[in-house]
Design a protein around this ligand. Structure first.
Ligand SMILES: [Zn+2]
Length: 287
């Protein structure tokens, strides 16, 4: 956080320096754009091929073949979900929260894509529908589906609580789900767990201190976030122990509900769609 008051006096031209206008770091207009109309047309004759009910305060895994869709739906009560995605054929290629944030902003919605880690850096999923898109940004600067948080984890909890041991943080839930999905030892699975897309979570940064905040999610049963799988995906979703994240997480105090993941196969892939190739950078790094 910024020191208040600051330790150093502002220079004479502080006002002018602060008044310089911002420039968007990554104008996304030149990125390969998804053809949303074609994606949506492909849903018309889709067929549901599977579903997973993620238990409250726990996680579950699922797979989605390239060219299929999946939907995460709120059931029973307001609940936040922490989503990890991997290339189903290579766990080293996984969701890159930081670059996705830099490209699309702090909170995702329809038309945004989830990008994979270096050196792959390609779209792994495209958001095709978001029933909470009406929420926008509220008066606190809060919005849903963030890529600014990481995932609640037992290590941070241990520090903040002076030694607490809590085993159902999203980090641990995702670790167990991946270990079970791939028959990996917990320690190996943990290394593949990464920063999440916070599905339905309502978050922002305070204007005064820039601190990460959360507030009760506006999600209600029936709301969903829908994705198109650009590559073969292995997913894991944790129903956060924070429930709707209105007060705290890393405990069993909050009301928690299950979440539904459904997989859909279109009759035919979206017109003109092809799985995205690996990133075109030659990886020579100037040598
Ligand atoms: Zn969590």
């Amino acid at each position: 956080m910024k020191r208040n008051p600051a330790e150093h006096a502002p220079p004479a031209d502080a006002g002018a320096r602060r008044a310089v206008g911002p420039v968007i770091c990554y104008p996304v207009e030149t990125l390969p754009a998804p053809d949303l109309a074609a994606y949506r047309a492909a849903r018309e004759a889709w067929r549901k091929t599977g579903e997973v009910l993620v238990p409250a305060r726990d996680a579950a895994s699922f797979t989605v073949p390239a060219g299929h869709f999946f939907r995460i739906t709120s059931v029973e009560g307001p609940q936040v979900g922490d989503l990890n995605l991997w290339n189903a054929n290579n766990l080293a290629e996984r969701f890159y929260s930081g670059k996705t944030r830099a490209l699309h902003g702090t909170h995702l919605s329809t038309g945004d894509r989830m990008w994979t880690s270096h050196p792959h850096l390609r779209p792994m999923a495209t958001i095709t529908d978001d029933t909470l898109d009406w929420y926008g940004f509220d008066g606190f600067g809060g919005a849903v589906h963030d890529v600014i948080g990481t995932r609640c984890d037992p290590y941070t909890h241990n520090l903040l609580s002076h030694g607490g041991q809590y085993h159902h943080c999203c980090h641990s839930n995702l670790t167990r789900a991946l270990a079970d999905a791939r028959g990996l030892p917990l320690a190996e699975a943990e290394g593949y767990v990464h920063d999440v897309l916070n599905v339905f979570m309502c978050t922002g940064f305070t204007r005064s201190t820039g601190q990460y905040f959360m507030k009760a999610s506006p999600v209600r049963p029936g709301d969903y976030l829908e994705f198109f799988a650009e590559i073969d995906l292995l997913g894991a979703l944790s129903a956060c122990p924070g429930g709707d994240c209105s007060s705290e997480h890393s405990s069993d105090a909050a009301a928690c509900y299950p979440m539904l993941v459904e997989i859909f196969a279109p009759k035919a892939p979206p017109a003109g769609w092809a799985p995205p190739p690996l990133n075109g950078y030659d990886q020579s790094h100037g040598r």
